[in-house]
Ligand binder design. Structure first.
Ligand code: IMP
Length: 188
């Protein structure tokens, strides 16, 4: 595929991360802010799929676009905040998560991204990326956004927020999903 592709998001952090990985392809990535209807669902896949159907069916968006949804799934909290990650980040935030996990030895968690691509006439394709890691005991670092200060990806001693964009982009849930999207687009 060549040309312009839109990322539906109000989050400049996501744009930077994805854009960085599309370098080299003949694709210009721009953001488009649209009200995204987040249905209440058990999986990120359903949230993304039905959200895209709404954008196409109700909002009549007829351009190629991607919409991603991510979530932090903490094992000791049975996968919470998971599909509620945005709401939890806005309400109790990272301090609230650390408080909830006070005294818990099992700090393992998985960050997941589901990226949905809509190309007019071709329908919707979903690409998944996930990375395991640990929740810290305290917030560390100032880069990135969201849960970055409390998540240490596997194989690292630093949180995502202690990494530069380039370092985080070497491997992350979003990058794993983006690479699958890039493979797909390269074959178009
Ligand atoms: P959404 O995909 O924007 O709905 O993300 C859900 C929540 O997870 C939001 O609060 C984001 O800030 C947070 N989030 C998404 N991706 C990341 C990430 O790469 N690092 C840290 N937090 C993230």
């Amino acid at each position: 595929m060549k040309g312009r592709l839109y990322l539906i998001t109000g989050n400049p952090g996501k744009l930077k991360e994805i854009k960085n990985r599309l370098d080299g392809l003949d694709i210009e990535l721009s953001t488009m802010e649209e009200d995204f209807v987040e249905i209440q669902a058990d999986t990120l896949e359903e949230v993304v799929f039905f959200g895209i159907e709404h954008l196409v069916g109700e909002k009549r968006i007829d351009r190629p676009f991607i919409k991603d949804d991510s979530g932090l799934f903490i094992d000791a909290l049975d996968g919470f905040p998971g599909v509620y990650s945005a709401y939890v980040q806005q309400t109790i935030g990272n301090d609230g998560i650390l408080q909830l996990m006070k005294g818990m030895d099992d700090r393992t968690a998985t960050f997941k991204t589901v990226m949905g691509l809509h190309i007019p006439g071709e329908g919707i394709s979903l690409f998944r990326g996930e990375i395991k890691g640990d929740i810290t005991l305290e917030k560390r670092g100032f880069f990135g956004f969201g849960y970055d200060p409390i998540f240490i990806p596997e194989g690292s001693e630093r949180t995502f927020a202690e990494m530069t964009l380039e370092e985080k982009n070497r491997d992350s849930h979003r990058i794993r999903a983006t690479m699958k999207l890039v493979d797909h687009l390269s074959m178009e």
